[in-house]
Design a protein around this ligand. Structure first.
Ligand code: NAP
Length: 248
């Protein structure tokens, strides 16, 4: 069943990991997809070619999600080339981990800019377009760490908690325009971001997850397909945990 037929989606940070799985799932479900990357240019260009097999319009853009003007240009170019924007997934994110004692101002600022300011940047520009359409679904990728906190990730946890407050506020402001805004909070998902972690730490996490395994990017993408589609037409302002029961 194609849940996103005729829809236009814009996904940030889709060169790899969770964003890549979201872009591919959206295309499989019939959406035309605009997506971004920043440093992984080859991967981004390869993805554009790969997704063409699903038969919808696909376009990758090199665009820095943390830059306000670039985000505005991205929303405008997407509207010009695709005709509308129905779905936005703010997925781009980074980690700069370290204990507070050792965290530099730069580590703090960079994570807030890329993880949280980016969500403001694109949501603001894209919802201007969605308001005229009187239709839209915004999905912000937060983290269970934004709900619970995590030693060694004060900067990341703060950025992800900020996304949750932003998501709920936008849901309240734009519900009357038929624009929904939800967050997805992945737990431990096996991507390049988590591949750098100490394997002993990872094993102890796995043991603590009720489903006894890390999640796959596809499992986060499936939740995004649901929130992007009209299957979730009465759901807004929510945080959907995709964490194998980690926080339960
Ligand atoms: P990843 O494999 O490291 O991929 C991150 C993506 O974000 C890449 O495509 C990267 O593009 C892009 N990106 C980074 N900075 C960017 C910028 N300034 N502008 C545009 N794109 C940018 O990470 P992931 O594990 O898939 O994580 C994706 C999202 O899920 C993040 O928001 C992350 O915080 C969240 N999350 C992940 C987990 C997990 O366990 N993996 C858990 C909870 C939440 P380039 O490589 O081209 O720069």
């Amino acid at each position: 069943m194609k849940l996103l037929g005729g829809k236009v989606a814009l996904v940030t940070g889709a060169s790899k990991g969770i964003g890549r799985a979201i872009a591919e799932s959206f295309a499989k479900h019939g959406a035309s997809v605009a997506f971004t990357y920043l440093s992984s240019v080859e991967k981004g260009e390869a993805l554009e070619k790969e997704l063409a097999q699903y038969g919808t319009k696909i376009k990758g853009y090199k665009s820095d999600a943390s830059d306000y003007i670039s985000a505005e240009e991205l929303a405008n170019i997407t509207q010009a080339e695709f005709g509308k924007i129905d779905i936005v997934v703010n997925n781009a994110g980074i980690t700069r981990d370290g204990l507070l004692m050792r965290m530099t101002e730069e580590n703090w600022d960079e994570v807030q800019r890329v993880n949280m300011k980016s969500v403001f940047n694109l949501t603001k520009s894209a919802t201007k377009i969605m308001m005229k359409q009187k239709y839209g679904s915004v999905i912000n990728i937060t983290s269970v760490v934004g709900l619970k906190g995590n030693a060694g990730q004060a900067n990341y946890a703060a950025s992800k908690a900020g996304i949750i407050g932003f998501t709920k506020s936008v849901a309240l402001e734009l519900g009357s325009r038929n624009i929904r805004c939800n967050a997805v909070a992945p737990g431990f998902i096996e991507t390049e971001m988590t591949a750098v972690l100490d394997q002993k730490v990872v094993e102890s996490w796995r043991a603590g997850i009720p489903l006894k395994r890390g999640g796959q990017p596809q499992e986060v993408a499936d939740a995004c397909v649901f929130l992007a589609s009209d299957m979730s037409s009465y759901i807004t302002g929510q945080v959907l945990q995709v964490d194998g029961g980690l926080l339960t």
